[in-house]
Design a protein around this ligand. Structure first.
Ligand code: ZN
Length: 575
């Protein structure tokens, strides 16, 4: 005989209350912990705010408690809250509109690193099991009119009391929410759900964007015309490299041995535009400085690669990451991750050395002034250990899983530092290729990372924190450049002059104007003030020095200046 377990029967009010308690107690760890910190001036304020949030949540659940609507909505809220809580609680990330945007444009390979055993287990325990409970229970629903009356009789007092609690302590609550914009974003389910709605609405608005032309007057100047051979600038758009782990910036471990021995020029104080690729990358190539930048402006205005193209520069974008975020829509674009048979590639991802063979071929064939953008995979987490080959596994033991919480901070840092060591090798290799072809081209390399990374400092991992509260780990980025001798001579760049200015603050605002300057592009949209190299670059072709901004070149006809060793901040030491 089979004993049938009877489905429990609950009223819709009881189920609303159970789910409210579940969401508040189980999926809001980070919200309550931060509320406790932010309200530390008054325990009474915290209690009153907590009570107001609890009543508001219950009122919200009651509003969706109608027959046929209730179960699907509750399940959706439970799954959304449980999934968001995983990333908020374990990685310390905040799920705002930009983070949803990052998730929406991510590649399968990138997403697969986040689909770990712990995530599956977490979702099973905190999303699937409670959802099955909601499916299983029988809900008693009243008829429409009595149901409406009961709902209003509960919701109205809840809203009034909740509002009254907030109102009675308005100064304190308003202060905390204004000063700590992350707090309400941490609240499940409204934080991630409203972020997703905001993202959907902005994507909808942008669907028929008309892109405005930029730099229609752009043309190449006299220096590049007199260069005698093609001028080639390789722009390396880095990924997730943070400045403080570069030994060129004084990090206690030697993570930049190759760039150091090449005498690359390193800027020690450079800030990013955003804390995630989807913001930083378009911002780096945009004419707008960070304080004026919006996603809308970037998408509706042409960018650096278009201005270069208008000036007659041949521009290519090679991508070993998740695409150019619309920047390279109008120029030659090649994805490196398509090279499935290369030993450098695995599961749709390739090591950054994938660029080098192609670059060698391209430089052999280059007959015109060119800019080649290399969009790296760099140090993209959480699978840092997949970002470098065995040969660069210098710092051990290294964390060899995407589940960072299973590794110690030391293991995570070791893996991350190995990825930086590998980026050092890739950047130096790009420079060496430009040097190898220097009889035929005048080449230079400029590198900036898109944003940094948190490696567990204050319990925060990965990146994408709202800029206003983002830690330095996520906003201080490396900025390195290298010039071949023919480039220095043709373009009048004085590297010893540059080496003296490397401690001046720089930012992503500089990239647009600096690359235009590097290619000697003349246009109204070029701002010399923001060209990081302008002070140390002669404005006229060799031989013509009248009115030169760079006086040293007047006497030194034979540039280049000697290559100087990279600047190292005090306190730097090799391991
Ligand atoms: Zn990025």
């Amino acid at each position: 005989m089979v004993t049938k377990i009877r489905r429990p029967e609950l009223g819709s009010i009881t189920l609303s209350a159970i789910v409210s308690v579940y969401l508040l107690a189980i999926t809001n760890n980070s919200f309550w912990t931060h509320a406790a910190i932010y309200f530390d001036h008054s325990r009474l304020s915290l209690l009153s705010f907590g009570a107001a949030m609890t009543l508001a949540t219950f009122a919200g659940m009651m509003l969706v408690s109608a027959k046929y609507i209730m179960k699907p909505v509750l399940i959706f809220l439970i799954v959304a809250s449980a999934a968001a809580a995983y990333f908020i609680d374990y990685f310390g990330v905040i799920i705002d509109k930009d983070m949803i945007g990052n998730a929406a444009v991510t590649t399968q390979a990138e997403a697969s690193h986040l689909l770990t055993g712990s995530l599956v287990l977490h979702l099973f325990l905190y999303a699937v099991v409670p959802s099955l409970f909601v499916v299983w229970v029988k809900v008693r629903h009243q008829r429409v009119l009595p149901k409406t009356a009961t709902t209003l009789a509960i919701v109205i007092p809840c809203v009034l009391v909740s509002g009254g609690l907030i109102y009675s302590d308005f100064a304190s609550v308003a202060y905390v929410i204004r000063e700590h914009k992350d707090l309400m974003k941490r609240f499940n389910p409204t934080g991630p759900v409203s972020a997703a709605l905001k993202y959907a609405s902005s994507t909808y608005k942008e669907r028929n964007i008309a892109v405005q032309p930029l730099g229609t007057d752009a043309r190449q100047g006299a220096r590049v015309a007199a260069a005698g051979k093609p001028v080639v600038v390789v722009v390396v758009a880095g990924e997730t490299a943070r400045a403080m782990n570069f030994s060129l910036n004084g990090y206690g471990r030697e993570t930049n041995p190759e760039l150091k021995s090449l005498g690359a020029i390193n800027y020690t104080d450079t800030t990013s535009c955003g804390t995630a690729t989807a913001i930083s990358l378009p911002c780096m190539f945009s004419v707008y400085p960070r304080n004026e930048y919006t996603e809308w402006k970037a998408r509706s205005t042409e960018n650096l690669v278009n201005v270069l193209t208008r000036a007659g520069v041949s521009v290519s974008w090679w991508d070993n990451n998740t695409g150019s975020k619309g920047i390279a829509d109008l120029i030659s674009f090649a994805s490196m991750t398509n090279q499935k048979n290369s030993p450098l590639c695995n599961n749709g991802e390739c090591l950054d050395e994938i660029f080098l063979g192609e670059l060698d071929k391209k430089l052999t064939a280059t007959k015109s002034n060119s800019v080649i953008v290399l969009h790296q995979l760099g140090s993209h987490g959480p699978s840092y250990y997949l970002r470098y080959p065995e040969k660069f596994r210098k710092f051990k033991p290294d964390c060899r899983t995407a589940e960072l919480m299973k590794c110690s901070v030391e293991e995570i840092t070791n893996a991350y530092d190995n990825s930086i060591l590998y980026t050092d090798h890739v950047l130096a290799s790009v420079s060496r290729l430009l040097e190898k072809h220097q009889n035929d081209i005048s080449g230079a390399m400029i590198y900036m990372s898109d944003h940094g990374e948190s490696l567990g400092e204050n319990g925060i991992y990965l990146h994408g924190a709202p800029y206003a509260i983002a830690p330095r780990e996520q906003t201080q980025v490396p900025f390195v450049t290298w010039f071949s001798k023919p480039y220095q001579a043709a373009m009048g760049v004085d590297t010893s002059c540059l080496a003296k200015e490397t401690d001046q603050p720089k930012s992503h605002d500089n990239l647009f104007h600096t690359v235009l300057g590097m290619m000697d592009v003349e246009t109204k949209v070029y701002n010399r003030e923001l060209d990081a190299f302008a002070n140390c670059t002669r404005q006229d072709p060799p031989g013509k020095s009248n009115g030169s901004a760079f006086q040293a070149a007047d006497t030194a006809k034979d540039l280049p200046a000697p290559i100087v060793p990279a600047t190292i901040m005090p306190g730097a030491k090799a391991l």
